[in-house]
Design a protein around this ligand. Structure first.
Ligand code: FES
Length: 355
C-alpha cells in the first residue's frame, strides 16, 4: 500500500541523499530502512528534521520527546517524512559552570546537524532558556525553512495559598530557612510545589521571554508562547506546527524571509511590553548577527523607550505564565502594540501571513 502524496513541485535537497540509483543513494536509503521506513517515504516528499532538545537532565524539556510525536502526526498528515534528531541540550537549572557558556556551541552543533543531514525543513523543539536562542541561531545560519514550537511553561506553583514562581521564590525561601523562619519540612514541600508539572519556568524568566520573542519575531505560530506544557492545546500546537512546516517547505519560506529588521523591532517592543528578561538583548543581538542584521543596543534603547509594560508577571510582578495564557497570551500583547502603532504590520511570519 502506498501513502504517496501529490508529487512535489521541485526536487528537494533531501533527494541528493535519497533520490536516484547511485551507490550512495542506495546506501542512504538502505540504512534508513533498518528502522522500517517504507520505500515510498523516499519518493521526493519533504524530509522534516524535528530537532529536539529533549533530555532528562534538561527537566524543562523532558516532555519534548512525547510532544514530538504530535509534531510527527502533523508532518505525516501534510505529506512529509518526519525524522526526530536529538541536539545539544543545556539546562539552565543544572548545567555547570553555566548554560550560557554553551549557547554558541549548541548553535554550531545545530547548524551542522541541519547542514550535514538530509533535511528540507526543520521544527525546533525548545524550552529551557538557552535552547531557544541556540536552535534559532543554528537554523538561521543554514536558512532552510524552520519553525519553533516550545514545550510551554509549568503550571503555577502554589504553597500555602501563595504563588510560587520558578526561581523567584527560591531566593526568599533559602534566606528564610537560613534565618530559621522556615522549617526544612516546609522548604522541601515548597520545593515540590514550585515544580508541579512538566514544562519550563513559570515566570517571565528567560525561557518564557525567549518563547515570546520567537513568537513576536514570527518564528512560531500565533499563541505558542504561553500555552502551559500540560494543556491539551500545547499538543494541538505541536501538531499544527508539524503540518505548517511541510507547507513552508513547499513555499520555500525561510528564516531570512521572517527574521527581518521589522521582525526584530516588533520583538524588542514586545519585550518591553511583557517585562521580558534582559537576556533577550544578548540573544536577539546574536540572532540578528546570524542573518546579517546590524542590530545594536541603541536600537533597544530607541525602540523600547516608549513601550509601557502591560504584563504583570514574576519576577518583577505578581502573576505567572498560566495566568498569562488565560489572559490571552502574546497575541493580546501584540494586538495592543498594534493598536498603539508600535508594531510593524508588514513583518512576515511562519504562518505565511504578516504580523
Ligand atoms: Fe529551564 Fe528555567 S531552568 S526554563
Amino acid at each position: 500500500m502506498s501513502f504517496a502524496p501529490a508529487p512535489w513541485p521541485r526536487r528537494l535537497r533531501s533527494q541528493e541523499w535519497f533520490g536516484g540509483d547511485s551507490r550512495d543513494n542506495i546506501y542512504h536509503r538502505s540504512w534508513m530502512k533498518n528502522q522500517g521506513f517504507p520505500a515510498d517515504l523516499f519518493d521526493g516528499r519533504p524530509v522534516i528534521g524535528i530537532l529536539n532538545t529533549w533530555s532528562e537532565l534538561t527537566p524543562c524539556n523532558a516532555h519534548l520527546h512525547d510532544l514530538a510525536q504530535r509534531v510527527k502526526h502533523g508532518i505525516f498528515e501534510a505529506g512529509g517524512f518526519p525524522v526526530e534528531v536529538p541536539v545539544f541540550s543545556a539546562a539552565e537549572s543544572s548545567f555547570r559552570p553555566s548554560a550560557m557558556m554553551f549557547r554558541n556551541l549548541a548553535a554550531m552543533a545545530v547548524e551542522e546537524a541541519i547542514r550535514g543531514q538530509p533535511m528540507d525543513g526543520c521544527v525546533l523543539m525548545v524550552g529551557c532558556d538557552k535552547t531557544t536562542p541556540s536552535l534559532l541561531m543554528g537554523a538561521a545560519s543554514v536558512d532552510l525553512p524552520a519553525i519553533v514550537v516550545t514545550g510551554g511553561p509549568m503550571l503555577n506553583g502554589w504553597f500555602r495559598g501563595e504563588r510560587v514562581g520558578s526561581g523567584t521564590a527560591l531566593w526568599q525561601m533559602s534566606e528564610d530557612i537560613k534565618a530559621g523562619r522556615m522549617s526544612r519540612a516546609d522548604f522541601l514541600e515548597a520545593e515540590t510545589a514550585m515544580s508541579r508539572s512538566p514544562g519550563s519556568c513559570n515566570t517571565m524568566g528567560t525561557a518564557s521571554t525567549m518563547a515570546s520573542m520567537a513568537e513576536a519575531l514570527g518564528m512560531a505560530l500565533s499563541g505558542n508562547a504561553a500555552i502551559p506544557a500540560v494543556d491539551s492545546r500545547r499538543r494541538m500546537m505541536a501538531q499544527l506546527t508539524g503540518r505548517r512546516i511541510v507547507q513552508m517547505v513547499k513555499d520555500d519560506l525561510k528564516p531570512s524571509d521572517v527574521l527581518t529588521r521589522a521582525a526584530f523591532e516588533n520583538a524588542i517592543r514586545c519585550n518591553g511590553a511583557i517585562g521580558g528578561s534582559t537576556n533577550a538583548v544578548i540573544h536577539l543581538l546574536a540572532l540578528a548577527g546570524r542573518v546579517g542584521l546590524d542590530l545594536t543596543l541603541d536600537d533597544w534603547d530607541r525602540l523600547g523607550r516608549d513601550v509601557p509594560t502591560i504584563v504583570n508577571l514574576m519576577p518583577s510582578g505578581k502573576y505567572l505564565m498560566e495566568e498569562f495564557f488565560y489572559a490571552g497570551g502574546l497575541p493580546v500583547v501584540l494586538k495592543r502594540l498594534g493598536e498603539a502603532g508600535l508594531l510593524n504590520r508588514d513583518a512576515l511570519t511562519v504562518s505565511g501571513q504578516t504580523a
